[in-house]
Design a protein around this ligand. Structure first.
Ligand code: ADP
Ligand code: S3P
Ligand code: MG
Length: 176
């Protein structure tokens, strides 16, 4: 058993939004490990960071990802920092993994407009985002089977590209 597709990438790449659309298009369930972590902790992510610290969040995340990889058969979105765990990267080697990428300016623009992410908070979100990309780009590439640059693509266009690239499609669809 494996998720049909696991999505990794930095905050703002569209793992949650595009992942949900992909699941709808493919006719499967969508699951997001950020939601699983919040259920396990019984509190929202920013509160986990402030009350328990980032290390506690990462431990919860590692467990949540392992459980979801073992259980889920639809599309699975991970949190942007999940690949920092070596154990998670090892687990991902056995699953189909899509890296949704986004560049610095577009990533900062998108995350500035949406829910707070503790890893980007502070006086200079752009510098934080840049440091995060520098650290994680090699890790996303290490685990990925496919990579799609989302900078100039709407989520629906990302979905179409992913379906072409991975040769998955809704039930009954003719392969290209
Ligand atoms: N391809 C895209 N083009 C434009 N905006 C996008 C795209 N993908 C996501 N967004 C927007 O960026 C923000 C973050 O998206 P989200 O799916 O939460 O990213 P992630 O889960 O990767 O952090 C949301 O406001 C979303 O609508
Ligand atoms: O990049 C990160 O370290 C994080 C990304 C977030 O998920 P998204 O990538 O879905 O925003 C969430 O897991 C948490 O705020 C930490
Ligand atoms: Mg997300």
């Amino acid at each position: 058993m494996s998720p049909r597709l696991v999505i990794v990438g930095p905050p703002g790449a569209g793992k949650t939004v595009t992942g949900r659309l992909l699941a709808e298009r493919l006719g499967g369930q969508f699951r997001d490990t950020d939601v699983d972590v919040e259920h396990r902790a019984g509190r929202p992510i920013p509160e986990i960071f402030t009350e328990q610290g980032e290390a506690a969040f990462r431990a919860l995340e590692e467990e949540a990802v392992a459980a979801a990889l073992a259980e889920h058969t639809g599309v699975l979105a991970l949190g942007g920092g999940a690949v920092v765990s070596a154990a998670t990267r090892q687990r991902l080697a056995e699953h189909p993994v899509l890296f949704l990428s986004v560049g610095l300016s577009e990533g900062v623009r998108r995350t500035g407009l949406s829910t707070p992410r503790p890893v980007l908070a502070g006086v200079n979100p752009r510098a934080n985002f840049q440091a995060l990309l520098r650290e994680r780009l090699p890790l996303y590439r290490e685990v990925a089977d496919w990579e799609v640059d989302t900078d100039r693509l709407e989520p629906t266009a990302v979905v179409e590209r992913v379906i072409r690239m991975t040769h998955t499609g809704p039930p009954g669809a003719e392969p290209e």
